[in-house]
Design a protein around this ligand. Structure first.
Ligand code: PMP
Length: 356
């Protein structure tokens, strides 16, 4: 028998993964989990009812085209059904966007630090990551990102608000940036946290999609809509990008339960957005309290705050965990803390005050 193992793609070398048999970092029972930007509210009764109804058909494959969900989204956003593509979470759709545009020899540009999946899904595709550092204020440096465009650039992510900093790019600067991007380069406006934005200068990416065929807007049901566990995301993009996303989708990748719960959530939008309003109030309270304690915390428009702690990051994360709050450390850089239920936020604030 040969000692050789199957030859795997070199692109997979160095990509981090979880250890089988142990809960992944985002799993496990803790007092308060403020590490994954989840929504602390439980599903609405109507959403649970839709899930129970879907359970009766678990022996069947789901609707591959997500017909009902796509129709609902098309009406909600005033776009043709052909311009909507669904996927297994917006991270799944992001992976399809790269698969549809970039491969070995191509370049994908994004700000850094930003959403951790960008480097991973870029590496898997065989394309090269071009990371453009955030400014000193932890904001996208759109001029530098435009300067980074080369003949090889195929896709650019703009994460707005940015994960993990919560910072935003505003309408005028985004427009100026898009004017500098060649029309054969796809710009993905990742708006996972859009519903938490209150700054009127932050545009809805759909404004730009309408007259720019090279702009795709990426959205999710995981955050404001509270369906992180069901894995539903979608992109709004012109043809042929939307068609490419349908080609690269995992067949039947969005379960019927997820589709029906997403539709029920859209129909209960007023109530869900009311919850988002409460979380935004909590965000403002937490931000103001941290500033009053003396911390430097950038303005945030998402459901989390970012604290640049440098070498103190690990110690502060450990102190939080000891207090019963799990937060998300980025070694040597800083800490991202999700806005959760009031008690969790209070516990975190007490820990921060004691640690300052
Ligand atoms: N984009 C951003 C900016 C995110 O922060 C996340 C989740 N952390 C996602 C996309 C992916 O979310 P999901 O796959 O749950 O839709």
């Amino acid at each position: 028998m040969s000692e050789k193992s199957p030859k795997l793609r070199a692109e997979l070398d160095g990509i981090p993964t979880y250890k089988p048999g142990k809960p992944a970092a985002s799993g496990g029972a803790v007092a308060y989990k403020l590490s994954s930007n989840e929504n602390p509210y439980p599903p609405l009764p109507g959403v649970l009812e839709s899930a129970v109804a879907a359970a009766g058909n678990f022996n069947r494959y789901p609707d591959m085209a997500c017909t009902g969900l796509v129709a609902e989204l098309a009406e909600r956003f005033g776009v043709p059904v052909e311009h909507i593509a669904t996927g297994t979470g917006s991270v799944g759709v992001a992976q399809q966007l790269i698969q549809s545009t970039a491969g070995p020899g191509d370049e994908v540009i994004y700000a850094w630090r930003s959403f951790e999946a960008y480097p991973i899904i870029t590496q898997i595709s065989g394309a090269t990551s071009v990371r453009v550092p955030l400014t000193d204020g932890d904001v996208h440096d759109l001029d530098a990102m435009a300067d980074a465009i080369t003949e090889r650039t195929r896709l650019i992510f703009v994460c707005n608000p940015n994960n993990p900093t919560g910072t935003v790019v505003r309408r005028a600067e985004l427009e100026r940036f898009l004017d500098r991007v060649p029309s054969d380069v796809l710009v993905v406006l990742d708006e996972a946290y859009k519903e938490f934005v209150r700054d009127p200068e932050v545009p809805d990416g759909i404004e730009f999609y309408r007259n720019r065929p090279n702009v795709a807007v990426l959205r999710t049901f995981s955050k404001a809509y509270g369906l992180a566990g069901l894995r539903v995301g979608f992109a709004i993009a012109h043809e042929p990008v939307a068609a490419a996303l349908r080609k690269t989708a995992v067949p039947f990748g969005v379960s019927q339960l997820a589709q029906d719960a997403a539709v029920a959530s859209l129909r209960a939008e007023d109530e869900l957005l009311g919850r988002v309003g409460s979380l935004v109030c909590e965000r403002e309270r937490v931000h103001a309290a941290l500033v009053a304690q003396g911390w430097t915390v950038p303005e945030t428009q998402a459901n989390f705050v970012w604290m640049r702690l440098g070498e103190r990051t690990a110690d502060f994360a450990a102190a939080c965990e000891k207090a019963g709050v799990v937060v998300r450390p980025f070694a040597g850089e800083g800490l991202r803390v999700t806005i959760g239920e009031t008690e969790a936020n209070d516990l975190f604030l007490h820990t921060a005050e004691a640690f300052f």
